[in-house]
Each structure stands twice: as structure tokens, then as C-alpha cells.
Design a protein around this ligand. Structure first.
Ligand code: CA
Length: 225
């Protein structure tokens, strides 16, 4: 996933970037509020780690601007130790979680993982995977900007795959998601739905992981400029 790290203290910023990249993410960084505001507004991120005490433009203002611009990615704010008012203000401005400095990098990574898992809780989020865009508000899907017609089962299946993109999902997990009420699930049915969905998506979007299940990957994504 793409994560934006905003921290003005160079040593801490470098540590954050290294740890998050090591966890398998693509990381962009900003060292002041204006750069953060710009990056967060023009580029799509799956989550951001945002220090509140920043030069040029403070973190709270950055967060308010992102939210006002419709940017719904989960944001983990970093606050000064004991500054409870910063936590409150951060949550009010649209932060999803906070962590007081100093913190253990392991805890930051755990919080970040939790936020990424909770992406589905963002009612206004648009999820992207390569050329695929899923608008959860309007329950519609665009591929390279063109609307894609999906049945409700295909849509549910794609939602789960996008929510957990890059992760392998078993047939059992997928069928539980598709038929929560049905005690007579048949994993062969999942193969049929996956097959249909696969034909509608860009080639190689859904990988079969032998013996384990399926995984959504970025296929044919345009090069990042
Ligand atoms: Ca700071």
C-alpha cells in the first residue's frame, strides 16, 4: 500500500520511512505541512502518518484540508506526550487514531496495520488497485475510468478482494463473505464467480495461489510519474 509519512524531525522521519517500507509499503514523505497538504491532495494514499507539530502549516490544518478536499484515507496522528488536547483536536479534525511520542516503532506499525484493515469502515473511501477504482459510497466500479457492470455477488467479491488487496483469501473466506446466512456453501461456486469477475477486470488482476485461494494484485498499473 502507499503510505504518506509527515514528520519534520529528520531522524524520526527517516526511521518511520524505513520501518514502514520494511513492512512492505511504498512510502512518500513530507517534512512540513505545506508539502504534506500538497502531496495528500494530489496523490492517492492508503494511509498517512501525520505529526501535528509541523513547520509552515500545522498538522491539524493539513488534516482538515485533506478532509475538506474529500481525502478519506486513514490518518494516524503523532502527538506530543501528555498533550491530551492534541489527541482530542486530532480526532475532531478527522484522525482515525493517534500515538503519543515517544513511541515504539512496533506499536506504530501495529496501529497502521489496524487502520489498513479498517479501511472498509470508511464510508466515503474510494479504493484503488491499479486501474480499478471502487467507489464504496456509490457502490460502483470503474476500470481505467470506464464504468464496469457487475452483479451484486461480483461486486461483493471484488469489494473484499480490494479491501484486502495483496492478501491471499481462501475460498472459504470468500464464500463466508458472499453468503453469510447460507450454511450450505459450495466453494465451487466461488470459482465460478471468480472466473466471471476475472474476465471483467484487467488481465492478471486476480492471482490464483495454488491450494490457498485468490489474491488481487495491481495489473497493468500506469507507471508512477
Ligand atoms: Ca514535529
Amino acid at each position: 500500500m502507499r503510505i504518506l509519512v509527515v514528520e519534520d524531525e529528520p531522524t524520526l522521519r527517516a526511521q518511520l520511512v524505513a520501518a514502514i517500507a520494511h513492512a512492505g509499503h511504498t512510502v512518500e514523505e513530507a517534512g512540513d505541512g505545506a508539502a504534506a497538504d500538497y502531496l495528500g491532495s494530489v496523490e492517492a494514499f492508503d494511509a498517512a502518518v501525520l505529526d501535528l507539530g509541523l513547520p509552515v502549516l500545522d498538522g491539524l490544518s493539513v488534516l482538515r484540508r485533506w478532509r475538506a478536499a474529500g481525502r478519506a484515507m486513514p490518518v494516524l496522528v503523532l502527538t506530543a506526550r501528555g498533550a491530551w488536547h492534541e489527541k482530542v483536536a486530532g480526532m475532531d479534525a478527522g484522525a482515525d487514531d493517534y500515538l503519543a511520542k515517544p513511541f515504539h516503532m512496533e506499536e506504530l506499525l501495529a496501529r497502521l496495520r489496524a487502520l489498513l484493515r479498517r479501511l472498509s469502515a470508511h464510508a466515503s473511501a474510494e479504493w484503488r488497485c491499479g486501474g480499478i477504482l471502487l467507489d464504496t459510497r456509490q457502490a460502483r466500479v470503474l476500470v481505467d475510468g470506464q464504468p464496469l457492470s457487475l452483479t451484486s455477488h461480483e461486486f461483493k467479491l471484488l469489494s473484499l478482494l480490494m479491501q484486502r488487496k495483496g492478501e491471499v483469501l481462501s475460498r472459504t473466506e470468500l464464500s463466508e463473505h458472499l453468503y453469510p446466512q447460507d450454511c450450505d456453501r459450495d466453494s465451487n461456486t466461488i470459482e465460478v464467480f471468480v472466473g466471471r469477475l476475472r474476465r471483467k477486470l484487467p488481465p492478471d488482476s486476480i492471482e490464483t495461489v495454488r491450494g490457498l485461494g485468490y489474491r488481487l494484485v495491481e495489473a497493468g498499473a500506469p507507471e508512477q510519474s
